[in-house]
Design a protein around this ligand. Structure first.
Ligand SMILES: C[S@@+](CC[C@H](N)C(=O)[O-])C[C@H]1O[C@@H](n2cnc3c(N)ncnc32)[C@H](O)[C@@H]1O
Length: 479
């Protein structure tokens, strides 16, 4: 059996940061008639838990269409934000966790009838699904509990009339001529202040003071440029589950003069202007700062397609990764902001203590096999077993909330990454199919996009590495 070795950091980060590898496998067999609900855990005698869990996965897989034909086709890889940085509007804010707009387009083309689409993204992030649908002329709604990504999604979707475009040009001009004498207040967070040189913090606060004096929607456009300048000006960069000091000082953006700083900001502002002038958002795009776990979010909505990606069960905490932007952009104003944000989010990390919720939901395989095993292991955090059990309860609740809002025959696409803890693969894609069928969805297929791999320091055997993958689960509501 081939050994897989994981280092501690990578184990903490689960699968999301792991690199893609060639892994030739063909599409395999399908027995779509059988129902996943027939699986009974009693049939599996516990020996080596990893083997037993894998037997269950294999049994689930036999009853599904697991399609490898999209494997590593760069064009269609769902999570490839590099592509977005070349596309109008999508390029306004780099967001590593974001979808590829081409993948969204391909999903809409392949799984819907491409007419009168109203698409829902229940974990909308920076809004790729809904914005791309809008650019194709379709309506959409996005929910997210992160005020930063909600703001970015809304701002990327706006249109400006010709008059407004002129006003935006005037404001860019005003910014260029401004003496930038006044500065906004520093955030009330010493850690954030320590991530910037005094001079770079001053530049940011001057820009902030400027945009706080102007009206919306122009204020939002300037604020977006402010937010995207934060990481380049910082001494720290995003890295895995947080930030790390930049080792290459050339990656810290410095300015030799005020003009130099203004030119840098104006180049981004002009990028926004060009995109607004050339690429109209033809759809009705709406983003709400609401939780997909709250059934009230869904009231009075109807959709005929869903494309989304929940946070992966890999211990990443978005509020840590985007902490500078959240504080400097006034989305967090005190410690309670972060606590509230974490409490509303899906249980995909261990940086919060959630009240037990949705106890009747979740995955039997996780709750009855994986959870009891992990609970007595020496993991880097003893909250991991509860997090995993909670993760699938939250996903179950979200799927149940969506169901009544969907028209018959709506496709539901969920991009998920599997993970591994203590050598036990957690096949989120298969476990979600199992949960979804119980709610009443029909499982159409799983498309596997890439292999997620791990490497070494602390030696942990990960057998059955084929389950370390990122895939698209396609469900359908058929009544
Ligand atoms: C993988 S990202 C989605 C990225 C998105 N596909 C894009 O292209 O930008 C997952 C998102 O789920 C959000 N999230 C976590 N818990 C949530 C909840 N309970 N309701 C809504 N969104 C939530 C996170 O804030 C994060 O933005």
């Amino acid at each position: 059996m081939e050994k897989y070795v994981i280092n501690e950091k990578e184990e903490m980060e689960g699968v999301a940061e792991q690199q893609m590898r060639l892994w030739g496998r063909e599409s395999f067999v399908i027995d779509t008639d059988k129902n996943l609900q027939s699986i009974d855990l009693q049939d599996f005698v516990i020996g080596n838990l990893s083997d037993e869990v894998v037997k269950i996965y294999q049994n689930i897989e036999k009853k599904l269409f697991v399609d490898y034909s999209y494997f590593q086709i760069e064009q269609d890889t769902p999570v490839n934000f590099k592509q977005s940085m070349k596309l109008a509007r999508h390029r306004w804010f780099p967001y590593k966790e974001g979808f590829s707009p081409l993948f969204v387009k391909s999903f809409i083309t392949r799984f819907t009838d491409n007419k009168n689409i109203k698409i829902l993204d229940v974990f909308s992030g920076v809004g790729t699904t809904v914005l791309q649908a809008g650019l194709m002329g379709f309506g959409g709604v996005g929910f997210d509990v992160n005020p930063l990504s909600n703001f970015i999604a809304q701002t990327k979707s706006i249109n400006l009339s010709e008059l407004q475009q002129k006003e935006f040009v005037n404001l860019i001009d005003k910014f260029e001529k401004s003496d930038l004498k006044e500065i906004a207040e520093k955030p009330d967070n010493q850690t954030i202040i320590s991530y910037f040189s005094e001079i770079n913090m001053q530049w940011l606060l001057k820009l902030k003071h400027f945009y706080l004096q102007i009206e919306k929607p122009y204020q939002d456009l300037f604020k977006l440029v402010f937010l995207r300048s934060i990481e380049p000006l910082s001494t720290h960069r995003k890295d895995g589950n947080g930030v790390k000091r930049k080792t290459n000082i050339n990656t810290i953006q410095n300015f030799i003069s005020e003009k130099d700083f203004k030119d840098y900001i104006i180049s981004f502002l002009k990028q926004l202007l060009i995109d607004i002038q050339n690429v109209f958002n033809k759809g009705n795009s709406n983003f709400y700062l609401q939780s997909s776990l709250d059934s009230k979010s869904f009231k009075n909505h109807t959709f005929n397609a869903v494309l989304t990606s929940p946070p992966y069960a890999n211990c990443f905490d978005y509020s840590k990764v985007y902490l500078s932007e959240l504080w400097l952009g006034d989305f967090f104003v005190d410690k309670s902001s972060q606590i509230e944000f974490r409490a509303k989010s899906v249980r995909s990390h261990v940086h919060a203590t959630w009240e037990e919720r949705f106890t009747d939901k979740g995955s039997k395989i996780v709750n009855e096999l994986i959870y009891p095993h992990l609970k007595v292991q020496n993991l880097w955090s003893n909250k991991i077993p509860l997090m995993l059990s909670g993760y699938f309860k939250d996903i179950g609740q979200m799927l149940e909330n969506i169901y009544p809002c969907l028209e018959n025959n709506s496709p539901i696409g969920l991009v998920v990454g599997n993970s591994v803890y203590d050598g036990i693969p957690v096949a989120t894609d298969l476990l979600i199919c199992d949960i979804a069928e119980k709610i009443g969805y029909s499982v159409e297929k799983i498309e596997v996009y890439r292999k997620l791999s791990t490497s070494s320091q602390q030696t942990i055997k990960v057998q059955n590495k084929e389950y370390l993958r990122e895939s698209l689960v396609v469900l359908r509501k058929i009544t």
